[in-house]
Write a protein that binds this ligand. Structure first.
Ligand code: GRF
Length: 204
């Protein structure tokens, strides 16, 4: 089995960069086969090009339906035989056409400790709720928003003088640490999903 992954982005691409950096540093044994963005102006595309990774722009607005759009993404990723699809700030909801094409093979990173604060502006939600801890979650993607089985989490404190930006920066540091680690652990195998629990078995 190869260790090729596809990364889907919509914007800045700092998590993509963390994945690229981890492969270079030897912390992540994976090959980035393709980076796909739904936006032509995503800064992450430049990061991918600078790293010599194939890029594709697939604009959702060019397709009549979500299914039609997802079918294109599925074809792109299958054509490159990726083992794992990593969403990294990809701002489109994915439905059954996409999710069922890669069962237990799609990861996402979310800037909160799920199941708290799913959806947009998770850092603002945590602040407004008065949470004392928040963090980052890597989870499998199913057809519900930010809801699939949890792979790894990291917690950070919410400080009294935090703004959305300072909290987001503290969380982002953890995102960049745990996303490559989660990808590595999933690619290594030796895990099962029991109910909602992702269980890693010890290597023999
Ligand atoms: C991150 O905060 C991630 O958790 C969320 O979207 C943001 C993407 O940032 N899903 P970047 O594009 O990886 O810099």
């Amino acid at each position: 089995m190869n260790r090729d992954i596809g990364v889907l982005i919509s914007g800045r691409g700092s998590n993509l960069q963390a994945i690229i950096d981890a492969t270079r540093a030897g912390r992540l044994d994976a090959r980035l086969a393709v980076v796909i963005s739904n936006r032509a102006d995503a800064h992450g595309l430049e990061r991918a090009r600078a790293a010599g990774i194939e890029t594709l722009v697939r604009d959702h607005r060019a397709h009549a339906s979500r299914d039609a759009y997802e079918a294109v993404l599925v074809d792109d990723l299958r054509a490159r035989d990726v083992q794992l699809v990593c969403l990294a700030g990809f701002m489109r909801l994915l439905g059954a056409t996409f999710v069922n094409a890669f069962p237990n093979r799609i990861l996402n990173i979310h800037p909160a400790l799920l199941p708290a604060f799913p959806g947009l502006h998770a850092q603002r939600q945590a602040l407004e709720h008065g949470a004392k801890l928040s963090g980052a979650t890597v989870h499998f993607v199913d057809t519900n928003l930010d809801a699939g089985p949890i792979v790894l989490q990291a917690a950070v404190p919410v400080l009294d003088d935090d703004t959305e930006d300072t909290l987001a920066a503290r969380i982002l540091e953890q995102e960049h640490r745990i996303y490559p680690e989660a990808i590595q652990r999933i690619l290594n195998g030796n895990w099962t999903i029991t109910g909602r629990r992702v269980v890693f078995r010890r290597q023999a």
